[in-house]
Design a protein around this ligand. Structure first.
Ligand SMILES: Cc1cc2nc3c(=O)[nH]c(=O)nc-3n(C[C@H](O)[C@H](O)[C@H](O)COP(=O)(O)OP(=O)(O)OC[C@H]3O[C@@H](n4cnc5c(N)ncnc54)[C@H](O)[C@@H]3O)c2cc1C
Ligand SMILES: *[C@@H]1O[C@H](CO)[C@@H](O)[C@H](O)[C@H]1NC(C)=O
Ligand SMILES: *[C@@H]1O[C@H](CO)[C@@H](O)[C@H](O)[C@H]1NC(C)=O
Length: 502
């Protein structure tokens, strides 16, 4: 039995990081833990929805790198949420470096099916450049400030050498492929443009081995299993926090007071903040009283937090190959290697790189997931469902040359207009470094202060040094901050440590 700790801990946000922090604290004997969550549900950016009868993920979809080192994989396995295939040693051993080798189909804006072999040289060059982009942070000295600038300049150089004997039409097509792959990367990184992703910091993100897998019953199964192991009543839903008053220097009483929108004031010895970076960017100046130290608020501004949305579309019949896993849509007028559009209203749809195919077909029927990042994605969120459906229908008809294709159903995410998130996930912006992530996770008051330690702690996806933007990253930060408190209370009273091991 763990010893019991009476310190009052308030966790803000009931996403995976908040829940995992609470889980760890409760198991370690903390009996005064409470989660305050703004919305009526738990899970945050883990959000399972329905398209007709079919289970689709509005938020997180994959376990990235499902292998022993990935805690999300280990928990999902323990709860019996994965398919046998995902559990095999072979599956865990595959190392794809973050980019799955999906079977692609390519369509062009003039309604042609393109041969994969014609596309391959551009894909290979792009993969090589992404790999090189991620190696600058260990080398020091970036030749360009952004990944976008670096890739464009290198493609120009290398195409002039390697593709000099290729005819103009093929060369132009390959440059259109680069535009398409830049848009893919915008989705992967949750960025408006790869011109906004810092080259020096790009390689901070680390991958784990394992072939990405999904939850056949929905990602929220992970949340409900974890929640079922927490004391009931621990989470207060529909309880937005307005302000965290910290550094209360009165001798008696608790150092932190959390003020809710409904007027309730909750006192605490420690607060763990897990709100998304998008929310912090918008509200950190009013969320903390006194305000955050400058180095912390600068890092909040420097780190990037952009939008990536999904548009699910269901069809009666497939218009792609039976083995196809991803569909790329190539605009033939985009040989300038662009990943954003000049005119949102008229051409936002050009930012959608294409679709992934939901598999297996026996479970999903013919459902595609369209991917769109950036300001174009944010603009899409403002349109009505019929408008989006209409634009997607026109797009598919144009690229397939088939004027009769009509989607049966549509469902899209709107992460930018979620007032508790303001976007999708974190990427290192231009000029970012490891220091920014270190600043993000640093507790308040900062080291060296004479006030009571560990008043405000920071968890959440945006505070992980190398797994930011993922579920496993978020989960690990929840455990990290719980452990910070657990070891604090172990060292405060060393005689209690031996008891806790009984
Ligand atoms: C479209 C999309 C696709 C993704 N795909 C994947 C994927 O395939 N694999 C993967 O690993 N990751 C993926 N991610 C990322 C992953 O979902 C997140 O990294 C992770 O879920 C973040 O967890 P978190 O606990 O840090 O934050 P969140 O889940 O956002 O939790 C924060 C909580 O804080 C609450 N909150 C905010 N403000 C307040 C306030 N003032 N008071 C009280 N509560 C507040 C919010 O309502 C929310 O519930 C995806 C994300 C998106 C958006
Ligand atoms: C880049 O490619 C090299 C050589 O193929 C490989 O050893 C290295 O691991 C790759 N780096 C990344 C970050 O994928
Ligand atoms: C916190 O309180 C201490 C002690 O009163 C004070 O010295 C310090 O400046 C305060 N910190 C902030 C950020 O207000």
């Amino acid at each position: 039995m763990a010893r019991s700790v009476n310190a009052k801990v308030v966790i803000i946000g009931s996403g995976i990081s908040g829940i995992s922090a609470a889980h760890r604290l409760v198991k370690a004997g903390f009996n005064n833990v409470r989660i305050l969550e703004a919305t009526a549900r738990s899970g945050g950016r883990i959000k399972t929805g329905r398209l007709g009868e079919k289970i689709v993920e509005i938020g997180a979809n994959w376990i990235h790198g499902p292998s022993q080192e990935n805690p999300v994989f280990c928990l999902a396995r323990q709860y019996g949420l994965l398919e046998p295939e995902a559990l095999t040693p072979e599956n865990q051993a595959v190392d794809i470096g973050g980019h799955p080798l999906w079977v692609p189909n390519f369509f062009s804006s003039s309604g042609q099916r393109l041969n994969a072999e014609d596309i391959l040289p551009a894909q290979e060059m792009f993969a090589e450049l992404l790999n090189e982009s991620s190696e600058f942070h260990s080398q020091g000295g970036e030749p360009w400030s952004s990944v976008g600038d670096f890739i464009r300049s290198q493609v120009k150089q290398r195409a002039a050498e390697k593709w000099k004997d290729v005819d103009a039409a093929t060369r132009s097509l390959r440059l259109c492929v680069i535009s398409n792959l830049l848009k893919v990367e915008c989705c992967v990184n949750g960025a408006h443009s790869m011109d906004e992703v810092g080259l020096g910091a790009f390689g901070l993100y680390k991958t784990l081995p394992g072939l990405d897998c999904t939850f056949p019953g929905g990602y929220e199964g992970l949340i409900s299993n974890l929640m079922s192991e927490l004391p009931c009543g621990l989470v207060s839903h529909s309880k937005p926090v307005r302000c965290i008053h910290w550094n209360n220097t009165e001798k008696r009483g608790t150092p932190v007071m959390v003020e809710c929108d409904d007027g309730e004031k909750v006192v605490a010895d420690h607060v763990i903040v897990t709100v998304p970076l998008g929310y912090l960017k918008k509200h950190s100046s009013t969320l903390f009283q006194p305000s955050l130290p400058l180095h912390k608020s600068h890092s909040i501004q420097r780190l990037g937090f952009g939008t990536n949305n999904k548009i699910f579309v269901e069809f009666d019949e497939p218009w792609w190959d039976a083995d196809c896993e991803v569909i790329h849509l190539l605009w033939e007028d985009e040989d300038a290697m662009v990943d954003h559009v000049p005119d949102l209203q008229r051409s936002w749809i050009k930012k959608l790189f294409g679709f992934t195919v939901l598999k297996p077909t026996e479970r999903y029927g013919h459902v595609l997931c369209g991917w769109i990042a950036g300001h174009e994605s944010e603009y899409m969120e403002t349109l009505s469902e019929p408008e989006v459906t209409h634009t997607i229908t026109q797009l598919i008809r144009r690229f397939t040359g088939n004027p009769t294709i009509t989607p049966r159903r549509m469902l899209r995410s709107q992460w930018f207009h979620d007032p508790w998130t303001y976007g999708s996930y974190t990427h290192p912006g231009k000029g970012c470094s490891q220091q920014d992530l270190d600043n993000m996770m640093e507790p308040l008051p900062p080291k060296g202060s004479s006030s009571q330690p560990l008043q405000v702690l920071f968890a959440g996806e945006a505070t992980h040094p190398c797994y930011f933007s993922t579920v496993h990253g978020a989960l690990l930060t929840g455990w990290r901050e719980a452990d910070r408190l657990i070891s604090h209370y172990s060292s405060v009273n060393p005689s209690e440590i031996s008891k806790s091991k009984l």
